[in-house]
Design a protein around this ligand. Structure first.
Ligand code: F6R
Length: 257
C-alpha cells in the first residue's frame, strides 16, 4: 500500500481525477467502482472536463455501484444512485447499459447481491475501486466488524452511519440498512484507491493506517491490498505518527509502507 498526502482538497481531487483518467487511458473498457459521498465530489466534477481535454472516452467502461441505502428510491437526492447520476454518469454521458447499481427497493435483496457478484465475475473483476472512508472506518457499507472476506450483502447500519448519513438528505430520513459490495471485492480489485479529506477524518485515518489490522476498522483492509493507494489531504493525514514530518509540506510525497 502506498500513501500520498496532498496539500489540500483541491489538489487531492485533481490527483484522484488523474488516477481515474490514467486508468481509462490504459484500459478503455475498464470496470470501475466509484463511491458516492462528499469526498469524491470535486474529483468527479473535474473528470468530465478532463475527459474532454485529454480525449478520453468512458463509453466502453462499465460502472459498478458500491452501495445503496435500503428502501431509498433512486429519485431521492440522498441516494447513491442520485449522486452518481448527477455527479458522474450524466456529466460523462454514461449510458444506463454501462451501469450496474443495486436496486435497494427490490423485494429480494439477496438476489440483488447475487446478481451484482455475478456481474463482477462476468466482467472479469473490478479494475479500479475508488472508496471513501466513513467516520467509523466503514468502506462502502462494510460497517465495523464486517468480515474481510465478504462479497455483496445487506447489513444493518451502525449508529454513526445512520446519523452521519443524514447530511445527504434534505429531511430527516430513516436509514437502517444498506446493501453493499463486500471487502473481498476491494481486496480482489486490481487497483484500489481510498480517499479522505479534512481534519474530521484524521482520527479514523490514523486507526486505519497505524492501529493493528482488525475488522473493527474496515478501512484497515487497504493495508492488505497488493496495489492499494491511500490519498489524503493534510487535514486527514494530520494525526498520522508516521507521516508527521510531512505536515505543512507544500507539495505531496508518495510514501510506500
Ligand atoms: C458512499 C460510501 C461511503 C462513503 C463514506 C464517506 O458510496 O460508500 O462509504 O464513502 O461514508 O463519505 P463522505 O465522502 O461523504 O465523507
Amino acid at each position: 500500500m502506498e500513501v500520498k498526502i496532498f496539500k489540500d482538497y483541491q489538489t487531492l481531487s485533481e490527483k484522484v481525477c488523474n488516477e481515474i483518467i490514467g486508468l481509462v487511458k490504459h484500459k478503455q473498457d475498464a470496470t470501475l467502482c466509484l463511491a458516492a459521498g462528499d469526498t469524491p465530489r470535486l474529483a468527479y466534477s473535474l473528470l468530465a472536463e478532463k475527459a474532454i481535454s485529454e480525449k478520453v472516452s468512458f463509453s466502453a467502461c462499465t460502472f459498478i455501484g458500491l452501495d445503496e441505502w435500503v428502501g431509498i428510491p433512486p429519485a431521492n437526492e440522498g441516494s447513491c444512485h442520485y449522486f452518481l447520476r448527477a455527479n458522474l454518469f450524466d456529466p460523462l454521458g454514461i449510458q444506463s447499459s454501462q451501469v450496474h447499481l443495486f436496486d435497494a427497493l427490490s423485494s429480494d435483496l439477496s438476489e440483488e447481491c447475487r446478481k451484482m457478484d455475478a456481474v463482477i465475475i462476468g466482467k472479469g473483476g473490478i479494475d479500479l475501486m475508488v472508496v471513501g472512508v466513513g467516520m467509523n472506518g466503514h468502506i462502502g457499507f462494510n460497517e465495523p466488524g464486517s468480515p474481510f472476506n465478504s462479497f455483496s450483502h445487506v447489513i444493518s447500519l451502525d449508529e454513526t452511519t445512520q446519523r452521519v448519513g443524514q447530511k445527504y438528505f434534505t429531511q430527516s430520513t430513516t436509514l437502517q440498512k444498506g446493501i453493499t459490495l463486500g471487502l473481498q471485492h476491494l481486496l480482489d480489485s486490481r487497483y484500489a484507491i481510498m480517499i479522505a479529506s479534512g481534519i474530521k477524518k484524521a482520527a479514523i485515518i490514523r486507526e486505519a493506517l497505524e492501529a493493528p489490522i482488525a475488522p473493527e476498522v474496515p478501512a484497515c483492509i487497504m493495508r492488505k491490498h497488493g496495489r492499494g493507494l491511500v490519498m489524503l489531504d493534510q487535514g486527514a493525514a494530520s494525526l498520522l505518527e508516521r507521516y508527521r514530518g510531512y505536515r505543512g509540506y507544500k507539495g505531496y510525497r508518495g510514501i510506500r509502507v
